[in-house]
Each structure stands twice: as structure tokens, then as C-alpha cells.
Design a protein around this ligand. Structure first.
Ligand code: TYM
Length: 328
């Protein structure tokens, strides 16, 4: 039997380099393996705890869907869908709440980080990992390719699967996170983890002007132009290194060591590199932008494929828990 991989991306902003390197690259490797059945989705239910404007949410969901296809996910080979097209995720979430200790949710890193700056957190924020567990467990994947920030969420999903299986009998596969150590935490323009919720991202599909402005905002120290610079400590280099060839990297290191090479030069080199690297994807995005009817059809097909599987699983779960089954 084929092994399954599943992962999701939240439409709280446009796709950025951290999403690409930490997650989408891994999806593409898995898709290339003919022994793997791939499921990737846009986690729009997860975006609701930020109470987004409805049209913004719709636009971002569509953007991430198109972005995944532009970057190489193929709807013929992978099941690509929007979470809210499969309401069974929410049902399973509720079915798992009875197994989830409140303390476990209160101790989750993402929740603790959020409440450090949100005065009145909502229940969506607290229950986020249960919905994420439902997203995963409903498709029985062996692997969940993610960046390092999602590790704890996958651990919670594993705990809930094990607990359910212990109480109600073998029902769920206990999934493993797939985290590429070298790409686990991509830094943003301020050197902190690149994140849609911070103003530190470099987008992949922005206009050239937007991408240039994001690159120009990368924070640097005040070493004068003529002096040698430490590339390892430089946020520009620490993004450039993921996209450059070994020869280009050696050249960049020599430039930093040699002096008379300013951060402005390095920023322009990064801009050129990113535009070159993502040119084919950006071109595909332009084509999809012009063919939105086709995109919506692909979305519908993805939803149909995913929903069939989710419905089967939810029936199995309901039966195990003693729900329904009163009528033929
Ligand atoms: P989200 O939307 O924040 O991020 C999507 C994916 O991108 C990875 N990522 C990064 N990797 C490395 N460096 C970075 N700076 C960086 N920023 C983001 C994330 O680790 C993630 O893999 N809760 C999830 C969405 C989700 C999900 C799921 C994921 C909902 N249900 C089920 C897997 C399985 C999230 O907020 O991802």
C-alpha cells in the first residue's frame, strides 16, 4: 500500500520564503516519489481565530492554492484542497475535544506565544491544535512534512491518536513529522523566524517592487562599506545561501571577506537571485491569475477527492465512539 503524506498552510498572508523552504519544497520531494499518496490543503478554518475580513480570507485562500500549483504541486498527482470544503475536519475536531486535557492546550508553545501579546484570546486559539490533529488524523497519513515550528502540533496529534486508539480500538495511524533539519527555521528580514504574523517576510509572488522593498528592509549592522563583513552573521547572506549555487556562494563569501562590498550590493544580488529562481513559478502564477475558472474547477476536484476519504474515516470514528447507527 502507498504511504500517505499530508500537510496544510494557513491563509493568513501570502506565501513566503519560509513556507516554501520549510514546507512546500518537502511536498514537492514527496510528490516526486511515486510510492507516496499526497494530500495538501489550505487551512482556512485555522485562519478564523484571527477574525479576518471575509473577502481577504477568500483572496488569500485562492492565492495559496494557486501558489502551490505554481510552485509545482500537480493536482493530477497530489490531492490539493481547501479545508473548509471538508466540514468533517470540524466534526472530528469536536470528537477529539473530549480526549484533550485543557492543560495540554494551555501549555502549547504557539498558544503561549500568542497570549503573550493578545489580551483576550479566543477559544479558536486554544483549540487550534485539536483542529490540526483532526486535519491530520482524518486522512491517516504516515508523514506530515512541516517546518520546525509545527513540531509540537504534530506531537499533540500523535498523543491524541494514541489515546483514541487505546480507548476505542485501533482507528488512527500515529503520524510522524517530516522536518528537514537544514530548512527547519528560515529567518526573516529581522533575523527572527520568517512569519506571516510578523512584518518580516519576503513574498514569492509579490510584484518586483514589493519583493525589492522587502529585501531592502533586511536589517544589517553598520560595518562601513570598505571593511570586511561577517557573512555568517548577516541576514541577507542567511537567506541568499538557500538559493545560490556553491560557486555563487563562494563568490558571495569572498565579496564579504574582501571589503568594498556593501549590504546594498548583497541585497541586489539576493533580489536578482530570487527573481531568477522563482521566474517559472511566477510565470505560472500569472497564467493561473488569467484562468481563475480553471483554478476553481481544480479546487472542486481536489475537494471531492479529499471529502470521499474524510467521510469514510468519520463513519469509522463515529461507529467506534457509539454515535449514530440507529437507522439502516
Ligand atoms: P503555517 O501556515 O504557519 O506555515 C505553513 C508551513 O510553512 C512552515 N513555515 C516555516 N518553515 C521554516 N521556516 C519558517 N520561517 C517557516 N514559516 C512557516 C510551517 O512550519 C508549515 O509547515 N498550523 C499550520 C497549518 C496547519 C497544518 C495542519 C500543518 C493546519 N493544519 C495539519 C500540517 C498538518 C500553520 O499554521 O502553518
Amino acid at each position: 500500500m502507498k504511504k500517505r503524506a499530508l500537510s496544510g498552510i494557513k491563509p493568513t498572508g501570502n506565501l513566503h520564503l519560509g513556507n516554501y523552504l520549510g514546507a512546500v519544497k518537502g511536498f514537492l520531494d514527496l510528490q516526486a516519489d511515486k510510492e507516496v499518496d499526497n494530500f495538501y490543503f489550505i487551512a482556512d478554518y485555522h485562519a478564523l481565530n484571527g477574525v479576518p475580513n471575509p473577502q481577504d480570507l477568500r483572496d488569500r485562500t485562492l492565492h495559496i492554492f494557486k501558489a502551490l500549483i505554481s510552485l509545482g504541486l500537480d493536482p493530477e498527482q497530489s490531492t490539493i484542497f481547501v479545508q473548509s470544503d471538508i466540514p468533517e475536519h470540524v466534526e472530528l475536531c469536536w470528537l477529539l475535544t473530549g480526549l484533550t486535557p485543557v492543560g495540554l492546550m494551555e501549555r502549547a508553545h504557539a498558544y503561549k506565544d500568542a497570549i503573550a501579546h493578545i489580551k483576550n484570546p479566543n477559544m479558536g486559539l486554544l483549540c487550534y491544535p485539536i483542529l490540526q490533529a483532526a486535519d491530520i488524523l482524518i486522512y491517516d497519513p504516515q508523514w506530515v512534512p512541516v517546518g520546525a515550528d509545527q513540531k509540537q502540533h504534530i506531537e499533540i496529534s500523535r498523543d491524541l491518536a494514541e489515546k483514541f486508539n487505546r480507548i476505542y480500538g485501533e482507528t488512527f495511524i500515529v503520524p510522524d513529522p517530516l522536518i528537514k533539519e537544514d530548512l527547519a527555521i528560515i529567518p526573516g528580514t529581522d533575523g527572527e523566524k520568517m512569519s506571516k504574523s510578523k512584518n518580516n517576510v519576503i513574498q514569492i509572488f509579490g510584484t518586483e517592487k514589493e519583493i525589492k522593498a522587502q529585501i531592502m528592509s533586511i536589517q544589517t549592522d553598520s560595518t562601513p562599506l570598505e571593511e570586511p563583513k561577517d557573512f555568517d552573521a548577516c541576514h541577507i547572506y542567511n537567506i541568499y545561501k538557500y538559493f545560490a549555487t556553491p560557486t555563487e556562494l563562494t563568490k558571495m563569501q569572498d565579496n564579504y571577506r574582501g571589503g568594498n562590498y556593501g549590504y546594498g550590493h548583497a541585497k541586489l544580488a539576493l533580489l536578482e537571485k530570487l527573481l531568477e529562481y522563482f521566474a517559472p513559478a511566477r510565470q505560472r502564477m500569472d497564467e493561473l491569475d488569467k484562468n481563475e475558472d480553471e483554478v476553481r474547477l481544480l479546487m472542486k476536484k481536489g475537494a471531492e477527492k479529499a471529502r470521499g476519504r474524510a467521510q469514510k474515516k468519520i463513519q469509522q470514528v463515529r461507529k467506534a465512539m457509539g454515535l449514530g447507527e440507529f437507522y439502516a
